[in-house]
Write a protein that binds this ligand. Structure first.
Ligand SMILES: Cc1cc2nc3c(=O)[nH]c(=O)nc-3n(C[C@H](O)[C@H](O)[C@H](O)COP(=O)(O)O)c2cc1C
Length: 233
């Protein structure tokens, strides 16, 4: 690969260190008992905000079998009491990490609203039929893109990717039914913790976290009710 040696554009250390805003949003005394209701409200408000693009973009962090972490943005495509769903390649770096270590973190960075939601939970592949149903709803060029990309594998040149796209487009021309690539599919993250953070004045931010209580009874461990607690910001 050749590297570009163009002009440098740079902020000074003083400029970076002086980057701060004071937060002044209304706080939250409490939140609904059900964290999915609280999340639905905030996602709706983020989506309504003209300052937030891609309100459903979230940062997914995974750990591999040696404990090495990696993060990247993915798009939330569904949320329900069953969890938070996104789509990707099962053979990507994240897919391999989830295979060996299904515990993940999702982070919604809604900075324009001085908000953040962090979800810790366990990722599970969704059913093939759900994946196929969603894949069929995607635009044709995204479907072809999924066939063209060997996500996370080294790529010799951009031309190679475009070649792969062209040959997939010839195989399944626009208007035809594009099958779901075998390595492509959805994950659903079932949360164990969901934290809501709202920026407030003087750095006295609000930070409320739901944690799922575990109960032990006949038949072993069961997931219980959500408990909501406030934490120092
Ligand atoms: C706004 C945005 C949305 C993205 N959405 C997805 C997505 O839904 N699924 C996905 O596989 N990659 C998505 N990506 C690309 C990923 O961030 C990442 O580069 C890719 O999945 C490869 O990650 P990995 O090698 O760590 O597995 C998105 C990137 C951005 C910036």
């Amino acid at each position: 690969m050749t590297l570009d040696t163009g002009m440098e554009k740079k902020l000074t250390s003083a400029e970076i260190s002086a980057m701060r805003r004071s937060y002044g949003h209304e706080g939250m005394e409490t939140l609904p008992a059900d964290p999915f209701v609280a999340f639905a409200n905030w996602l709706h408000e983020a989506h309504q905000s003209p300052l937030i693009i891609e309100a459903n973009a979230m940062v997914l962090t995974t750990a591999d079998h040696e404990g090495h972490l990696s993060s990247r943005t993915v798009l939330l495509k569904d949320v329900s009491q069953h969890g938070f769903t996104f789509f990707t390649s099962y053979s990507s770096r994240k897919g391999l990490a989830i295979h060996s270590q299904p515990q993940v973190t999702l982070l919604f960075p809604w900075y324009a609203q001085e908000r953040q939601v962090i979800i810790n939970g366990t990722a599970q592949q969704i059913s093939r039929s759900e994946t196929e149903e969603y894949f069929a709803s995607r635009p044709w060029n995204s479907q072809i893109g999924a066939w063209a990309s060997r996500q996370s594998a080294p790529l010799e040149s951009r031309a190679e990717l475009e070649e792969r796209w062209k040959s997939a487009a010839e195989k399944w021309p626009e208007g035809s039914v594009v099958p779901t690539p075998p390595q492509w599919g959805g994950y659903r993250v079932m949360p164990t913790e969901i934290e809501f953070w709202q920026g407030r004045y003087s750095r006295l931010h609000d930070r409320l976290r739901y944690e799922r209580a575990r109960t032990y009874g006949q038949g072993g461990e069961k997931e219980g009710e959500w408990e909501l607690s406030r934490y120092y910001p």
